[in-house]
Design a protein around this ligand. Structure first.
Ligand code: MIG
Length: 718
């Protein structure tokens, strides 16, 4: 059962595409202005007030104060209520006890204190036990605060800056059914091609043909399977999208050495997937940028100029993703680049959008320096000034005032109550941007109000152009993005961004996976080995031992960190064993993915979604995968195994190099429901199959291209 409560005039996000069995209830302003309005049953635990403002005070403009009306809903939590969801976020599987802020953010340090990562996935499920469970989706494109029992242990507070939003309330008998209903509402998840389940190698720093061939050769030499190599920003010419560095790829005869190199690799079974950044270098001589400027494809400032801010290429322009024409333009550029160069897909980065600094931000900073300098008798050597400067420098990046300084052109019918408040402002902007609003049909919306849609709409632009929803996975390019908002799951996957080579980040990824699935993101995974910081052999092996089960299985690391390819840690046998096991499991894993995508099910689930006993309800470091298996990876250093809880009788499968990863049958013991201490050395993989279930296994191969999918054996019940 689904009820949709409409407040004000919501922005049309298109997150929800199927409202077939939805009852729509318009909540009028009088109800809202009445403090403590109690929403009709079954929302009897929700109160509404007009002061979502508690959470957003700082961000108010003087201009807006008068008409400002925030939104805040309070839901009472029982002592034993559990809250799941929020997709890409920090925190554990049960989200209670923290404040979360949906505001797509480029933050490369995922430490425990963080409230926002790259995604805005405003879907939660509350389980009060005894069959009392429901889901809530906040359909709203700006920042949303979820205070889940932090301020008050038994209160869940949801707040938005203004009261133009849809709240979907989903009531079903079980958590799984709630999630299933939600997933049918938001439409089918992206299905990648089979090869995108192969092992993929990436690193910020691969810059030339030589670097790519080197990765390929090393994998070949050590008999390590490989399906794809990723190109980070280093392949570009000066970080310009849709270019490549000619010096690094072209031969002397002036041929397109980039496309040739990609083709050579493709012939060997290796797909090449380049990064595309959101910011387009602002430069008169750059034809792409000229086209963007001439056709008003970019976001505008209040003066009617194209908004400028610095990212990797230096000062850059930002595609106005709310315009059909802009999206088509950007999408087609991707499509052409893909076709011209034999590429197999894209990964989209920096599309929160990330901003290093804006012109205004730098100017502001300069003014502060002058002011502080004048206030200080001896600026040189002033410790206080030094500290002030440090904070001011850090504050320049991803600054809210920058997000408030540019505008999107949006069809009036979509913008709802988020349109710029005064007609005068629209007129000004329109005049200054040479009549960009060419009809009565469009309005401007300030970026911060729809900030969370940026990555989504850019993913949509690319997905529509390269046809990632074709329904024919074999012909589908690979696409995944960093920033996201529910809806983009239909066009591509996401990766979890800049994790670190930290042990805690294996567990973090495990805990994010089911929440990501709930939000529709099935094709997902983390940077294996860890992106930032320096990994070691054991940590990489343990990361990979989780990674062999995630649909996206990619080793990626940051520039300047220790080399992290599997062949850089001495004896490669252990790595070969793990990667080989992935390939042996591929027919099973891909099938379970198709099952989850086509039936709106979860590929990864907390045990609590499947089993009602209290051990399962409280388990936060194991996951059910598909219909038959459970994983319980090791995430602590120097461990020889771990405690595992079996929610039912299960086969323990132990694979080592000699008994199952590469050729054999794995050790297969039936264990009883309950707690067990399970041995699992860094060079072993352990997972579990439900009693009475079995999974198909094929032979290993060096890539999906050469994989013979014939089933050679079954593991589990015989
Ligand atoms: O400012 O392109 O998350 O995967 O290697 C950093 C360089 C930009 C962030 C991505 C990361 C990528 C990196 N990018």
């Amino acid at each position: 059962m689904v009820k949709k409560y409409v407040f004000g005039t919501p922005y049309k996000t298109l997150s929800v595409v199927n409202e077939k069995d939805t009852e729509c209830i318009v909540v009028n302003d009088n109800d809202l202005n009445n403090q403590n309005t109690v929403m009709p049953n079954p929302f009897n635990k929700v109160e509404l007030t007009c002061d979502g403002g508690d959470y957003f005070h700082e961000s108010l403009d003087v201009m807006e104060v008068q008409k400002y009306k925030g939104f805040k809903a309070v839901i009472t939590l029982e002592n034993n209520s559990k809250v799941y969801g929020l997709g890409l976020q920090m925190g554990s599987i049960n989200k209670r006890g923290r404040v979360y802020r949906s505001f797509c953010t480029d933050d490369p340090v995922h430490s425990e204190d963080k409230q926002s990562l790259y995604g805005a996935h405003n879907f939660i499920v509350i389980n009060n036990g005894n069959g009392d469970t429901f889901g809530i989706f906040i359909d709203y494109p700006g920042p949303v605060v979820f205070d889940i029992g932090w301020t008050n242990t038994n209160e869940l507070v949801i707040a938005t800056e203004n009261a133009n939003l849809n709240i979907y309330y989903i009531k079903e008998e079980t958590i799984q059914k709630v999630v299933h209903t939600f997933r049918t509402m938001i439409g089918k998840s992206y299905i990648p091609p089979f090869w995108a389940f192969g092992f993929m190698q990436s690193r910020w720093g691969y810059a030339s043909k030589k670097d790519l061939i080197d990765v390929y050769e090393n994998h070949k030499k050590h008999n390590l399977p490989l399906d794809a190599i990723f190109l980070d920003i280093d392949y570009m010419d000066g970080f310009r999208d849709f270019t490549y560095n000619k010096d690094a790829f072209d031969s002397d005869d002036g041929e397109n050495g980039f496309s040739k190199c990609v083709k050579e690799l493709l012939d060997k079974g290796i797909h090449v997937v380049p990064i595309i950044d959101a910011g387009i270098k602002a430069e008169k001589d750059f034809a792409v940028d000229r086209e963007g400027v001439e056709n008003n494809y970019y976001c505008k400032t209040i003066d009617g100029n194209d908004f400028l801010a610095a990212v990797w290429p230096g000062f850059s322009h930002f595609v106005d993703v709310t315009q059909d024409s802009s999206r088509k333009w950007f999408g087609n550029l991707c499509k052409k680049f893909l076709d011209d160069n034999n590429l197999s897909g894209f990964w989209l980065d920096m599309n929160e959008p990330a901003i290093f600094y804006s012109k205004d931000g730098v100017e502001e900073f300069g003014k502060k320096l002058v002011k502080w300098g004048a206030q200080c008798e001896n600026p040189v050597g002033s410790d206080i000034l030094t500290w002030k400067i440090k904070d001011a420098v850090l504050g320049v990046q991803n600054n809210l005032s920058d997000y408030k300084s540019f505008y999107h052109k949006v069809p009036k019918t979509d913008a709802g109550g988020l349109a710029q408040s005064t007609t005068q402002l629209n007129c000004n902007l329109n005049e200054k941007s040479s009549g960009l609003l060419n009809s009565e049909n469009d309005v401007f919306v300030r970026h911060d109000k729809i900030h969370n849609l940026y990555g989504y709409l850019l993913t949509r632009a690319v997905g529509e152009a390269i046809n990632t929803c074709s329904g024919d996975p074999a012909k589908t390019p690979l696409l995944f993005s960093r920033a996201s908002f529910i809806g983009s799951h239909r066009y591509g996957g996401i990766w979890t961004g800049d994790n670190c080579s930290w042990w805690s980040h294996i567990l973090l990824c495990l805990q994010q996976l089911p929440a990501l699935n709930m939000a529709g993101y099935l094709y997902t995974g983390c940077d294996l080995g860890g992106f930032g910081d320096n990994t070691n052999r054991e940590l990489l092996l343990r990361f990979l031992a989780l990674g062999i089960f995630t649909p996206l299985m990619r080793n990626h690391s940051a520039l300047g960190t220790r080399r992290q390819e599997c062949y850089n840690f001495g004896d490669t046998d252990d790595f070969r064993a793990i990667l080989s096991l992935r390939y042996r499991l591929l027919p099973y894993l891909y099938d379970e993915y198709l099952w989850a995508a086509n039936n709106y099910e979860l590929y990864f689930r907390p045990l609590a979604f499947d089993y009602n006993d209290s051990e399962s309800q409280n388990c936060v470091d194991q996951l059910m995968l598909g219909r038959d298996i459970m994983i319980a990876p090791v995430y602590t250093p120097n461990a020889t195994g771990r405690a595992v809880y079996l929610p039912c009788n299960m086969y323990q499968i132990t694979c080592t190099l000699n008994n199952g990863c590469v050729t054999g049958d794995g050790e297969n013991i039936l264990l009883n429901k309950g707690f067990h201490w399970v041995k699992c050395l860094p060079n072993e993989i352990v997972f579990f199959i439900k009693e009475d279930h079995k999974i198909p296994i094929c032979n290993a191969a060096c890539s999906t291209k050469s994989l013979d999918k014939t089933i050679v054996t079954y593991w589990g019940c015989q």
